[in-house]
Design a protein around this ligand. Structure first.
Ligand code: MRU
Length: 360
């Protein structure tokens, strides 16, 4: 297990082929297959089908995707260019509803166009190119800092429980919730990670387990309903999860099942941290009630991963992709500016003041 393997970056731009490059996460852990996507419908589908997934990674993919869309617009007329660009942006924005990073990245790209109406289409395309690459680079810098701040909460030999995959595969590099573990590994530290399998799409069993094992981390996959037992055994010193959208009061949407883990952690007195870049904090919504929760196909529950359908035909299925963890179950948020403790509403206001003053 000491051996460490470097995974390729999860999202990239291939300049020569003018393509979005992603690892096809639906093929993991069996095969590490890179996809080179040039068509908007393929980029949309890659996000919808979770070939690229995780809040920061879909933000970066959408930024590169909409840049590629802009490059295909053949006109010198800035007004026509802007209209077509906005259409492409709306199309990608409709691929998934919960992770705010998707809209955050696309809005950043749109601002580049709207804030420079005096420039030519060629100049706007160059600006969009720079912005997409900056969003990607920023993601790497931010995740590295999440890892460094998160590591201050860990001790040699700790047991860490995580849900879904908020690792390198969910960002460009390092990850959010798993970044402290990767950074700790670089410094020669050892941890034991319990990854909830994360029904129904198994991001924990397929992706976090793969990623942790690649980094030489002792890893144990558990079914989602085993978390209580593992915590009761005293094997978990801390929970780290990622998130898709955080409201201004700290309510946090993350992969379905996260709120149950938070309730268990509170019961057993285990600290529960959300590791989140500020791009995932949505100060425009006051509580988790306003977060749109994606509903997905019933077949993900009844058929996927089974050799034959395991639930009766026609049975009702409820398949929300995310749930909201109430802010009072969360010990703290690890951000790229440090760790925020309750009351979160006040902490986030100070956090954004710092962000606006410093940049990243
Ligand atoms: O449906 P997914 O796999 O995109 O859901 C991903 C998660 O819930 C992650 O925990 C979240 O996006 C944080 S990723 C750093």
């Amino acid at each position: 297990m000491e051996e460490r393997m470097h995974l390729p970056d999860t999202v990239d731009l291939d300049e020569k082929r003018r393509a979005l490059v992603i690892i096809d996460q639906t093929k993991l852990p069996g095969r590490t297959e890179m996809l080179y996507l040039t068509e908007q419908k393929d980029i949309f589908e890659a996000i919808y089908l979770l070939k690229v997934r995780g809040a920061p990674a879909i933000g970066v993919a959408a930024a590169i995707g909409v840049y590629l869309a802009a490059m295909e617009i053949e006109t010198d007329d800035v007004k026509i260019f802007t209209e077509k660009f906005q259409k492409a942006k709306e199309y990608l924005a409709s691929s998934r509803p919960t992770a705010v990073n998707l809209f955050w990245a696309l809005n950043r790209m749109e601002r580049v166009v709207l804030e420079h109406p005096e420039e030519s289409v060629l100049q706007l395309k160059e600006r969009l190119h720079r912005e997409a690459l900056e969003i990607r680079k920023e993601d790497i810098r931010v995740c590295r800092r999440l890892g460094e701040y998160g590591l201050t909460l860990l001790h040699e030999g700790d047991g860490i429980l995580t849900h879904c995959n908020a690792g390198q595969l969910a960002t460009t590099r390092y990850g959010t919730a798993l970044a402290p573990i990767h950074v700790g590994r670089e410094k020669g530290m050892h941890f034991h990670v319990f990854t909830d399998e994360t029904r129904p799409l198994l991001q924990g069993a397929r992706l976090s387990a793969f990623e942790m094992a690649a980094d030489g981390v002792e890893t144990t996959v558990i079914c989602d309903n085993m978390a209580s037992s593992v915590m009761k055994n005293g094997w978990v010193q801390i929970v780290f999860v990622g998130c898709d959208r955080v409201a201004a009061n700290g309510d946090t949407a993350n992969k379905i099942g996260t709120s149950g883990v938070a309730i268990l952690a509170k019961h057993y007195g285990i600290p529960f941290y959300v590791v989140a870049p500020t791009s995932t904090i949505d100060m425009n919504i006051s509580s988790g009630q306003e977060i749109p929760i994606e509903q997905r196909r019933p077949e993900e529950v009844t058929e996927m991963w089974y050799q034959q359908r395991m639930a009766p035909e026609g049975i009702n299925v409820y398949n929300p992709a995310f749930d909201v963890t109430d802010h009072d179950l969360i010990t703290g948020f690890v951000t790229e500016y440090g760790i925020v403790y309750p009351p979160f509403d006040e902490g986030f206001i100070r956090l954004f003041e710092e962000k606006n003053a410093k940049g990243i």
